[in-house]
Design a protein. Structure first.
Lengths: 329, 329
């Protein structure tokens, strides 16, 4: 067995960790999708969504996971489509998806929307199914948007589960998408693990209990934004997210990420306020070297006044505006 | 801070780990449900389903998880209902549920079942929604079963996320259900973590990366089947599951569990064959002390011959038969 590094550069990562089996097929579908979108002069956004897993076993039973239902990504994808972008929706298997997210099996099960209508007396026709009248308008709205996106072919869905799937897929999709240059946006809303277990260190079978406590030691995931910005995406408009539970470190950490990776915007959010308040953190372009080097703009919504409003609508509109401005620079 | 044990007995666990906030409300709903079922002379099965999480932080971002979509539990619950049992379906939030499981957002999205029918020319009526004809029969079947269970009030759904939610809820529900004595079955299909992180050892905020590798040390979850069989459920028919990836240890581990906990049946399954093959492992009642003390019966289905067949149908029928036999003993 070759010696493994203890900290992985992105390069070392891809040299030692095997690609997921579906990567070639995914690249082919991205290529076909992009060809079509370019013919229609579409801007394209890559939306990543949901958490990544870190399997502890090769025959995986246990894994480390990051909390994420995929609401941010699935909701934002809908608003990007509405704003005229084509969307590559790269999401964690079983996380929320655009359109169907409105009908979660737990909170708004679609079977509750449906009614069985028995045929009139004497008829031998089978019963028919209809939509409960109070739910019809909302469903019709969602269904129309869904069908029109399907018809226009403006959304491509890709799936990942593990951190390894995610990293390989992100690199491959970014490299393909880079042909669009500045017309491509990268909206990295997935909750990506900071740690991983190299395949070479995994246990083959399910780790047995009954042998005392469990010790896990994981390596750091390479800081993938660096090669992504510097090499893979070239001129793209790259938006990353920073989620913290400790307010005091939120903005400084967002600024540090911008400094280190040189991308376009960090959207900073605190775990418990992320549904109604986020900060756009970006570099200022002030010629005065004594002026602050970073600025932030807050996007806030008032859920008491307008409980149906989604903060992703304002986030996406603000990004679309900034992307446009930046294209015109 | 009081000193924590390094290995937890079930008793020590419940003395040191706080109950979930919804426990009282859940107990009330179980009590009401059981009252109703007893009035109708129903047998009741508790079905647990899906994986449990082990949060690493109090403001939880990262957690350890067990692989489980909840297929076994959700499917079995449907067959128990069909067999005339009332079902307490205690499942991991967002795992599969009876009936809606047929329409997973990923593999069979319900929006694809629906069509928009425009009104006739000249009409000002809004468009209506109908079910695609090729999908109507299957949906009608599922919908009928779902509505009839709702109408009969024979299923109660409870939700857990963490291992701590699960353990508290399992104890409370078992204690309530024990009033049914031998008429109660416990079908423990959830994939429960063997390890946990005591609340007192959790980090308050998100664990920061950038400080080298991640070390996690977890304690063993107490063997809950012991007090469950001996104290909480009294005479109930208790069925546990054993999932392994290593064939060689599957049956011995199932036998060891029966030996240790003294319950009714262990259903043993290997990870990659669990969709078509399981073993019922049980104690023999042979008076001859030299005879084997355990026996196993295999339940197998042939998915090539009958791809629509679900192994849970045979598992549940076999259990219903054994439960009946045992009630008559």
């Amino acid at each position: 067995m070759e010696t493994l590094p203890t900290t992985f550069s992105a390069e070392a990562y891809f040299q030692t960790q095997p690609p997921p089996p579906t990567i070639e097929q995914d690249v082919q579908s991205v290529r076909g999708f992009l060809k079509q979108q370019r013919e229609h002069g579409k801007k394209v956004v890559l939306v990543t969504s949901g958490g990544t897993t870190v399997p502890l076993e090769l025959n995986v039973v246990r894994f480390l996971d990051n909390f994420s239902a995929g609401t941010r990504g699935a909701t934002s994808a809908e608003y990007f489509l509405k704003a005229g972008y084509a969307v590559i929706f790269m999401h964690r298997q079983f996380s929320l998806q655009p359109f169907s997210r409105h009908y979660s099996h737990s909170t708004n099960p679609f079977l509750d929307l449906l009614e069985i209508d028995d045929p009139p007396d004497g008829s031998t026709a089978p019963p028919s199914i209809s939509v409960t009248s109070s739910k019809r308008d909302h469903l019709l709205g969602v269904l129309k948007s869904y069908k029109s996106v399907q018809k226009a072919g403006t959304m491509l869905t890709l799936t990942f589960v593990t951190i390894n799937d995610y990293l390989w897929l992100l690199r491959a999709v970014s490299q393909e998408l880079s042909v669009l240059g500045k017309d491509a946006m990268y909206y990295l809303a997935a909750a990506v693990s900071d740690f991983f277990l190299p395949r070479q260190k995994m246990s083959v079978h399910k780790i047995q209990s009954g042998k005392g406590s469990l010790h896990i030691e994981m390596d750091q995931v390479p800081k993938i934004l660096k090669p992504m910005v510097a090499e893979w995406t070239r001129q793209g408009f790259v938006v990353s997210f920073k989620l913290e539970t400790d307010d005091g470190i939120l903005i400084p950490k967002a600024q540090a990420a911008l400094e280190r990776y040189g991308h376009s915007v960090v959207i900073a959010n605190e775990l418990h306020r992320r549904k109604f308040e986020v900060a756009f953190v970006y570099r200022t372009h002030d010629a005065d070297p004594s002026a602050p080097r970073f600025a932030e703009t807050w996007v806030r919504i008032d859920l008491e006044k307008d409980p149906e409003k989604e903060v992703e609508e304002d986030i996406v509109n603000e990004l679309v505006r900034r992307h446009k401005q930046w294209l015109e620079m």
